[in-house]
Design a protein around this ligand. Structure first.
Ligand code: DC
Length: 217
């Protein structure tokens, strides 16, 4: 039997992968999982419960209670939540606690779009379409800064650039499921692109993968 049509969209913070993943989900009429939100929820809920974010087992106990349906809290989208997410994401017990619901989402018979860091490498290595979306740290910092300003967070560009460097080092340097492109992922550098251009480029990559998948019947 043919695997479901799953599109994985991995890459660093503020690369444009979230927007690209949402657009692909709409165009292909597929449900989307923003796996970063799971780690954000784990970080925020652990913090609220007074749990030490460096204590992997304790954060994992909180993470086991998270459900895909409960990710709408606006605090999960803040700068602090991103930092907490990256910190708790280094712990293997936390990753294991969030694994089953990601696997269940990836195995939906109708297919899915999975956005994250390790979706093409760990969660769904069999996905027929894999993208790895990047952009220079400066371009990503500019984008994230504008986004946070629109959300009303008082923060400077330099602080965001430092956040991004720290997140890249932590997410890419951890031992368990580090951020990296799958061997068969197509790299998309969105640095010089508008969102429309990036979305078009992503669509072309996915169309080619979809044609191969159709032929694999
Ligand atoms: O995509 P994001 O910025 O919402 O992700 C927040 C953090 O969560 C990111 O810095 C690392 C972690 N993360 C992860 O380890 N694995 C994923 N699949 C998604 C996110």
């Amino acid at each position: 039997m043919r695997v479901p049509f799953v599109i994985t969209v991995d890459g660093p913070a503020a690369s444009g992968k979230g927007t690209i993943a949402s657009r692909l989900a709409r165009e292909y009429d597929l449900p989307m999982l923003d796996s970063g939100l799971l780690y954000r929820a784990a970080g925020v809920l652990a913090g609220r419960a007074g749990v030490d974010l460096d204590d992997g087992e304790a954060v994992a106990r909180v993470a086991r209670g998270i459900q895909v349906e409960h990710l709408g809290d606006p605090e999960f989208r803040t700068r602090g939540a991103g930092e907490a997410a990256s910190r708790v994401a280094v712990h293997t017990p936390v990753r294991l606690a969030l694994r089953d619901l990601q696997l269940a989402f990836a195995r939906r018979p109708g297919g899915a779009v999975l956005d994250g860091r390790d979706q093409g490498t760990v969660i769904c290595p069999e996905a027929p379409a894999k993208l790895y979306v990047t952009a220079s740290p400066e371009v990503r910092a500019e984008r994230r800064w504008k986004q946070l300003q629109a959300q009303g967070e008082a923060v400077t560009y330099d602080e965001i650039l430092a956040d991004i460097a720290r997140r890249d080092a932590r997410d890419g340097g951890r031992a368990d499921s580090p951020m990296r492109p799958a061997e068969d992922a197509v790299l998309l550098d969105t640095s010089g692109m508008t969102i429309e251009q990036a979305a078009d480029a992503a669509r072309r990559i996915v169309e080619a993968a979809r044609a191969r998948w159709e032929n694999s019947r």
